[in-house]
Design a protein around this ligand. Structure first.
Ligand code: RAM
Length: 341
């Protein structure tokens, strides 16, 4: 399989659909693994419930489970707080599920609970937002962190003429994924964009209202703000909603990571020019197949382990137990209607 290049490719719709959408068709092809013996019951634990991004991941995970005859149950907290997932992990361990598939709100806060679950025989897959590697078997990564960071910096640079004040509207302050991307974005700006000044980073906690309020506060704090990068689907949608009815619409640029369904209206009304993401449905699908491969002892999470992920094909476990889905993709007015997730 192909590993990522570091550049965001704006592909044609055809290539794109081939790369992103094809898990939608196809039948009961058992892509997988035979052996093993554990329960293919999977508990899916997103950062919080009610986020369309994780709803799409669940759709993908359920589709995969349908193919390998497993079962996916989603549970999770209302708020994306560091240790809010612990009680759900404990319950899954008591239930003796085959695997937990988790997007972590914090790299360490859920580690003890995860390791207790592993001691009790539960396989642990992190996806989307990792824990420390010692706390899980495999991390299913949506895209190379460097590529995700560079994509967002390239987009904002393009939209503001490569100069001016920029702020970041992130998710929860401890989120492993956003924090990794932010660090790399800071490095990318420092190295390659001398006229862009990163003035602030604020946190909307992947809560729509808080993200909306933080956007309003940023715009009043920096009257000469050129742009906002929001590396969270919740944040960018809330910021776009705020901007779309404000005087700054079309004056303050907004980009980051969003789902096409949430952002379509803001692309069409000119609030947003372009943003990036991967396919969260494919991410859930791959995470579920990874869980199944662990349950069946087809892989242990060692570098070099390979397994079949249904329609997505064969994957290889990389360094630190990482499995990589693919590359980020840029959405704009030319392709936004080609997607529905
Ligand atoms: C939000 C969550 C998720 C992240 C996406 C981009 O939905 O924070 O973890 O990967 O945004």
């Amino acid at each position: 399989m192909k590993f990522q290049s570091r550049r965001v490719a704006v592909l044609t719709a055809v290539t794109l659909l081939a790369g992103m959408g094809l898990t939608a068709c196809g039948g009961d092809d058992d892509g997988g693994s035979g052996g093993g013996g554990g329960s293919a019951e999977i508990t899916l634990l997103p950062k919080n419930l009610g986020n369309p991004y994780f709803d799409a991941s669940r759709t993908g995970a359920e589709k995969a489970a349908g193919e390998f005859d497993g079962e996916v149950t989603e549970v999770g907290p209302d708020q994306a707080a560091p240790d809010a997932q612990v009680s759900y992990i404990n319950t899954a361990a008591q239930q003796g599920v085959g695997a937990l598939v988790v997007s972590a709100n914090d790299p360490t806060a859920i580690c003890d609970a995860l390791n207790e679950a592993r001691d009790a025989g539960v396989k642990v897959v992190t996806f989307d937002s990792d824990t420390d590697p010692e706390c899980r078997d495999v991390f299913v990564n949506q895209a190379d962190a460097q590529g995700i960071a560079k994509a967002q910096v390239d987009l904002i640079a393009e939209q503001i003429g490569d100069k001016g004040k920029v702020a970041i509207l992130s998710a929860a302050a401890n989120a492993t994924n956003q924090n990794a991307w932010i660090k790399l974005m800071e490095e990318e700006i420092a190295a390659n964009h001398p006229n862009i000044e990163l003035v602030d980073t604020v946190y909307g906690d992947d809560d729509d209202q808080k993200s909306f309020d933080e956007t309003a506060a940023l715009l009043s704090r920096y009257s000469d703000l050129a742009g906002i990068i929001s590396p969270t689907t919740v944040g960018i949608a809330a910021a776009a909603r705020y901007l779309s009815t404000s005087e700054q619409k079309g004056k303050v640029a907004l980009t980051g990571l969003g789902t096409p369904d949430q952002m379509r209206a803001y692309i069409k009304d000119g609030t947003v020019t372009s943003f990036a993401l991967w396919n969260p449905e494919d991410l859930g699908y791959l995470a579920a197949y990874t869980a199944e491969a662990l349950i069946n002892d087809d892989i242990t999470g060692e570098e070099g382990d390979t397994f079949e992920a249904g329609e997505l094909g064969e994957y290889t476990v990389g360094a630190d137990g990482g499995v990589l889905l693919g590359e980020p993709f840029v959405f704009d007015e030319t392709n936004i209607d080609d997607f529905n997730f």
